[in-house]
Write a protein that binds this ligand. Structure first.
Ligand SMILES: [Zn+2]
Length: 254
């Protein structure tokens, strides 16, 4: 793996903050997983995944420790002071340098966060279930930084062009929303070719929720994993497929 196989977060984060997402290129997985699958739970050969994680490790500074999650589409966020075995959660927060917080996705929305002074970071797995369950509220609540000190980068997710959902998904979100939020939440869903369906804009929903939580420095959110099969895995497009990793870490002080 080298730098041309990852996409750096395009945001004005402090210099010590490193944030990027892997693409499907630069690794050793084969077939539907080709080539840079970083997930163990999707049926890829364990040796290929281990090899890809080695490539990732080698591409980063030596003293970076990876924290992976067993993501369950919930709203649990864990604050960690060291990296270790896989944690069941959908969000990670740390104030420690050298810990790489990692989120695995292939259509769900990865969200990376930091504060303006570069002393705290977070990573979130934002699928519709997690967003509905309040994962963004949990992560902003878990961070020590005030919302107006936080910036967020929305990584590659399935775009509204391809994310067709049933009407019940909009109902589910409206049910969880305050009265004065209904109009904005509804606007995240647009008409679909199929009258029984809607096109869902995950990015818009995440931006709205973060805004309500007081986080207004928002970046990214311009990709569609389904549209770009050269760069991204997409579960909706391919079914059997790999996962990209969105990763954020703070460099050690010099
Ligand atoms: Zn698309």
């Amino acid at each position: 793996m080298n730098e041309r196989y990852v996409l750096s977060a395009d945001w004005p984060a402090p210099k010590n903050i490193h944030a990027f997402v892997t693409t499907r290129n630069g690794g050793i997985s084969e077939g539907a997983y080709g080539t840079f699958n970083l997930a163990n739970h999707v049926g890829d050969a364990p040796l290929a995944v281990a090899g890809n994680r080695d490539l990732l490790r080698e591409a980063l500074p030596a003293r970076i420790f990876f924290q992976w999650m067993d993501q369950v589409h919930g709203s649990d966020v864990k604050t960690i002071a060291s990296a270790g075995t896989v944690i069941t959660a959908d969000g990670l927060v740390t104030q420690e340098p050298a810990i790489a917080c990692c989120v695995l996705t292939a259509d769900c929305l990865p969200i990376l966060l930091t504060n303006q002074s570069g002393t705290e970071i977070a990573a979130v797995h934002g699928g519709w279930r997690g967003l509905r369950a309040g994962i963004l509220h949990s992560v902003i609540d878990s961070m020590r930084s005030k919302p107006d000190e936080i910036m967020a980068w929305l990584g590659p997710a399935i775009g509204p062009c391809h994310y067709q959902v049933g009407l019940e998904i909009r109902e589910a979100f409206l049910k969880e929303s305050a009265e004065d939020e209904a109009e904005s939440v509804s606007r995240c869903f647009s008409q679909s070719d199929d009258p029984e369906k809607l096109q869902f804009d995950l990015y818009a929903l995440a931006r709205f929720r973060l805004g309500r939580l007081g986080v207004s420095s928002l970046y990214g959110g311009s990709f569609c994993t389904h549209c770009d099969e050269k760069k991204f895995y997409s579960f909706r497009r391919d079914g059997v497929t790999g996962r990209m990793a969105s990763i954020i870490f703070m460099a050690e002080a010099e």
